[in-house]
Design a protein around this ligand. Structure first.
Ligand SMILES: [Zn+2]
Length: 201
């Protein structure tokens, strides 16, 4: 590992350009258990920066189409990148580990009630039994627009090369493995094409 995390939570390395937006930081990030990979649904890094200036949602890193990596928030601070409701990990990948009685009740609810109840049910678990949430994950955004409700622009070769390097640095820093990296639509209810062509191994 070549980069160094300073006291302010900035990863100091020649490959990372610092462009911190304190308005997208929301309280302390005390533990990092996972990385969530996103696409911005914007055409340029500047689009994302313009939105970050308004505060609210954002992520820790942004990788432009040419592979330039920007750190946009401190790794010691929480960003809102996962969304309000998380999906059920046991339902998605390990159905037999779901609590069948409680889960059966939830699955009998109408959709809106169900996704809210699932979120509460999942948040009561510790990672890795549930998907990552804002308070235990780092967000990495790749510049790229959605094309339709199932598809996003293809992640560029330069973006994937930078993502792979950055994820490797974060693995060393936080003791993670590739099983701790998720595409945003796995974790919450999003366009299923977001980050589908992202590669980190
Ligand atoms: Zn996303």
């Amino acid at each position: 590992m070549s980069s160094k995390l300073n006291k302010q939570g900035l990863l100091i390395d020649g490959r990372i350009r610092q462009k911190q937006f304190v308005v997208i930081e929301h309280g302390n990030l005390d533990a990092v258990h996972a990385i969530v990979v996103h696409q911005t649904d914007g055409g340029s890094a500047q689009n994302a920066f313009d939105s970050y200036k308004q505060g609210g949602n954002g992520a820790h890193f942004l990788i432009d189409k040419d592979g330039t990596i920007f750190q946009t928030a401190s790794l010691r601070k929480r960003c809102y990148h996962v969304g309000r409701l998380i999906r059920s990990k046991c339902l998605a990948i390990n159905r037999h580990t779901c609590n069948s009685e409680g889960m059966a009740k939830i699955l009998a609810m109408s959709w809106t009630k169900q996704i809210n109840a699932l979120d509460a049910h999942e948040r009561a678990k510790d990672y890795p039994m549930r998907y990552p949430i804002n308070s235990d994950s780092v967000g990495v955004e790749l510049v790229g627009k959605h094309i339709d409700d199932k598809t996003y622009e293809t992640v560029t070769i330069a973006q994937n090369a930078s993502l792979q390097w950055l994820v490797g640095e974060l693995f060393s820093l936080f003791n993670l493995t590739s099983s701790d990296v998720y595409r945003h639509p796995e974790v919450s209810y999003k366009n299923p094409g977001e980050a589908r062509t992202a590669r980190w191994k």
